[in-house]
Design a protein around this ligand. Structure first.
Ligand code: 4HQ
Length: 259
């Protein structure tokens, strides 16, 4: 997959995409990330990329011309058509389902705005999709683009050393992840749950699913409402709820949990 990023801070994107799993995906030629600076496409002596907002008021807007030229150069740099995404709080929320869809594209262009954003006419004419990484305001789209690159990059075939790890991620099944532990089994901070020491893989799988369901119920009931649970999952969630409520009651009654 190839991702072209239109940004006033190409060095930031390069750095982000050069480390960890995504950096390794680039080294393995599973992913190519290229950056294009609109400033290099400005035509005046000052290399101007922004202008005052029409209608007055504070702030600057990114100009159409340097962005269009940068987009054209990025599109011409590879043969296949590229879906163009603009990062902004006005976009649809990025979810793991959207990430998985985008990861299957051959090419993407990510457009990063600074200041008040980019001229709306450019969004209407040149952008296919507007995406937001969350309901907060950043100083530019670069962190959003880095998030998209990271989430997509790690899903490229061969990027993760263990392919099973992507399937077990949080959200891949619409639920939060279960807790994880490593040795030592006994530590000053506590013991690893017995079931994980049992070697009984069927029981371990059920425990993990139950924890995923329980944590999603406690922390993200919105996710649970959308999840389509089978009979086993419903039963495990019911068990978790019953045990959790019983533990709450005994705590309220002032009974310390059993040692
Ligand atoms: N911005 N998700 C404003 C964001 C943002 C977000 C990017 C700030 C665009 C013009 N991007 N600029 N939230 O806050 O993606």
């Amino acid at each position: 997959m190839r991702i072209d990023v239109i940004t006033l801070f190409p060095e930031f994107i390069r750095q982000c995409a050069s480390v960890g799993v995504v950096g390794r995906a680039q080294e393995r030629n599973l992913l190519t990330v290229e950056s294009w600076n609109p400033r290099d496409f400005a035509t005046d002596n000052y290399r101007t990329v922004d202008g005052r907002t029409c209608g007055g008021g504070p702030g600057m807007v990114m100009l159409i011309q340097p962005l269009r030229a940068a987009l054209a150069a990025a599109r011409a740099a590879a043969p296949s058509a590229a879906r163009t995404i603009y990062l902004s709080p006005q976009g649809a929320r990025l979810t793991q389902a959207r990430v998985a869809g985008l990861a299957r594209e051959e090419r993407l262009i990510l457009l990063c705005g600074r200041y008040e954003g980019v001229d709306e006419r450019l969004i209407e004419r040149e952008v296919d999709e507007e995406l937001s990484i969350g309901d907060y305001v950043l100083s530019g789209g670069e962190l959003g683009a880095a998030v998209v690159i990271d989430a997509i990059g790690r899903l490229q075939d061969g990027a993760l050393n263990d392919a099973a790890s992507a399937e077990q991620d949080s959200f891949s099944n619409g639920l939060l992840d279960c807790p994880h532990y490593a040795r030592p089994m006994q530590d000053a901070l506590g013991a690893v749950p017995d079931v994980l020491q049992s070697g009984n893989h069927a029981m371990i799988r059920r425990w993990r699913l139950k924890q995923s369901l329980g944590r999603t119920w406690l922390r993200r009931p919105d996710l649970l409402a959308r999840a389509d649970l089978d009979g086993e999952a419903r039963q495990l969630l019911e068990e978790f709820r019953r045990e959790w409520l019983a533990a709450q009651c005994s705590q309220r009654a002032g009974n310390a949990p059993e040692p």
